[in-house]
Design a binder for this molecule. Sequence first.
Ligand code: GRF
Length: 210
Amino acid sequence: MLKVRIAVLVSGGGTNLQALIDAQKQRKLRSGEIVLVLSNNANAYALTRARENGIKTEVVVKTERDNEVFEREVIRVLKENKIDFIVLAGFMSILSENFTSLYKNRIINIHPSLIPSFCGKGYYGIKVHEAALKYGVKVTGATVHFVNEIPDGGEIILQKSVPVKNGDTPEILQRRVMERAEWIILPRACEKVCKDIQREMKEEKEKENL
Ligand code: GRF
């Protein structure tokens, strides 16, 4: 069956991208194929991970003022590569409604907390874990959700909880959330959504052939 063409959008280290690549190798991710890794940061180590695994890479850099130009270029690259499905894996740029409405139910994101806690504008990277520790929660985790115009506001696909332990620093907690939640649920959610898209694509093709 035709595989869903996946683009993974990254900005940094790419450990979540690595989890997706590993899942693909192990055939846990099999309804889709990562055909493109796009970064808004030319120095992202995620790009090296992609190249080492024979995956095409593209860099689109964003300057402060021109979000519209930036998004237009990203969309052009996605179209050029016939992308069906987008995974945001540590992508440090909020996408506008103009963008998200073009790919309705076709973009997912991994967020390092149990949404609706510690999410939305300003909650990214280590700040999420600092906020969780400051609040004193005893359980945190990660969430994979669809992306719409509201930051971290789209429908939840999967969540996994992780305990907070005495003496945790934001860095220790971040690592635990990655290892025990993010790297597990992102590939799972990706396969789940790709399976649904694959089914839709098949139905559309059948309709065309009627
Ligand atoms: C992860 O914590 C992810 O949840 C957040 O950004 C971080 C990216 O890490 N959105 P990596 O680039 O996948 O290693």
